[in-house]
Every structure is written in C-alpha cells, then in structure tokens.
Design a protein around this ligand. Structure first.
Ligand code: ADP
Ligand code: ZN
Length: 220
C-alpha cells in the first residue's frame, strides 16, 4: 500500500450488495465510504440545482454525465480534503472515462485494490425490485424481510422508501448500462493487476468475510 490507509474501489452490478459491503469495509478499515449515488440523492433531497439535474438522469436510469461526476469527486480528492487518505469508492468510477480521470486526480497515491463483487443478473433483478432504502442513512432493507411498504429505519429512525429509480424499466436500463459502460473498467484494472473478483452470492456476513480475506491477502 502506498499510504497507511487502503484505497479501495468496489465494482459490481446494481443490487450486488456493493453499498452495504462498502460501508462495512470502510468501517473495518476506518476509512471514508464514498458513494456517488448517495451524494446525488442527498443533493436532490436538499433541492440544490446540481442535485435536481442529477436526479433527472437517475430517475430515467441514465448515468449522470462524466463531467458532473468527476467534478464532484475531484473536489473531495485534494490533499487534506476528505478523500486525501484512505477510502472505499462505491459506484465510482462507472465508465472508462471516469476511471482515467480518477487516475489523473489521485496520480501520486494510486488505488490499492479493485474488487469486482460478482452477482449474476437474474439474482440482482429480484434484489433490486424488493429493495427499500433509508432516506437518511441509506441503510438498505428488503421487502421479503419486512413486508410493509414504508417503515422507519432501525438505525436512525429515518423514513424507509423505495428509490425513485428502482422501477422495473429503470433497473433494466441500468443493468444494460452496467454491461456496456462499467464492465470495460474491469478489464482496465485487470490489465494493471489490481483486480480481484469476489463471489457476492450468499448471506451478507459470508460475503463480508470473503471481502476481508481478499483484502488481507492483497493489501500487503
Ligand atoms: P445503482 O448502482 O443501484 O444504480 P447508485 O446509488 O450507485 O445505485 O447510483 C444511482 C444513480 O446515480 C445511477 O443510476 C446514476 O444515474 C447515478 N450515478 C451514481 N454514480 C454515478 C457515476 N459514477 N457516474 C454516473 N452516474 C452515476
Ligand atoms: Zn436510517
């Protein structure tokens, strides 16, 4: 590792459990969890001009344009800024262009490890359809475990809702975009020896153990 704190990127299809596992990994290593999706949703809820623009793309199941995403990330990456040390990136980079921009922004202190959290398409589709998310702390629930439609978050008491972009059409579109825009990043990192694939199927605790195991093996 370049610095004492790991710099990790988690890739994976929508619904692979990236969000939940990224938060746990960040806690485990005492580093920051960065989700561009969460950043956009928070801004949209606050009604900022930028958030409302991002929301138009998100609700349609489209990607937010690279310039906007990179601008947001770049602000946080400056030395001494919130991302000057270790981090777990969740949902960024999501296009080859973003991956190249990320390399440029953090040139002096590169990514240590990229994990592709692998869950097949058929499985993630069901997971997303039943997904409900806390508006405040972004904790993720599934309707199979809590059948009511709206309820209160166990962690923070926030309202738990279905995301506006978790409709069937938008999910279809996001999964297609993942294959087209994000899968090429897997090869980009593999070619540089940074990529590890982890099986994301199974209970959350087991998946987390697998993640920690590869981190211990690869972050030396
Ligand atoms: P999911 O991976 O389930 O789509 P996220 O919370 O990661 O959920 O992202 C939600 C939406 O936010 C995406 O569908 C996209 O519109 C936008 N978004 C998030 N991160 C990026 C990114 N790096 N590049 C472009 N758009 C992004
Ligand atoms: Zn909450």
């Amino acid at each position: 590792m370049g610095s004492s704190e790991p710099r990790l990127v988690l890739l994976g299809r929508q619904g692979a459990g990236k969000g939940t596992q990224s938060i746990r990994l960040a806690e485990h290593y005492g580093v920051i969890h960065v989700s561009t999706g969460d950043m956009f949703r928070t801004q949209a809820t606050q009604g900022t001009a930028f958030g409302l623009e991002a929301k138009r793309y998100m609700d349609a199941g489209d990607l937010v344009p690279d310039e906007i995403v990179v601008g947001v990330i770049e602000e946080s990456m400056v030395p001494g800024g919130p991302l000057g040390g270790g981090f777990v990136l969740d949902g960024f980079p999501r296009t080859l262009q973003q991956a190249r921009e990320l390399d440029r922004v953090i040139a002096g202190d590169p990514i240590d490890l990229v994990i592709d959290l692998d869950v097949p398409r058929e499985i993630v589709f069901d997971r997303i359809a039943g997904r409900r998310v806390c508006e405040e702390c972004q904790r993720v629930y599934h309707v199979n475990l809590r059948p009511e439609n709206d309820w209160v978050c166990d962690t923070c008491g926030g309202a738990v809702r279905q995301r506006d972009d978790d409709t069937e059409d938008a999910v279809e579109r996001r999964l297609e975009l993942y294959e087209r825009e994000t899968v090429p990043i897997v090869d980009y990192y593999r070619a540089r020896g940074l990529l590890t694939v982890v099986d994301g199927v199974g209970p959350g605790d087991e998946v987390f153990e697998r993640l920690v195991k590869v981190c211990v093996e690869q972050l030396t």
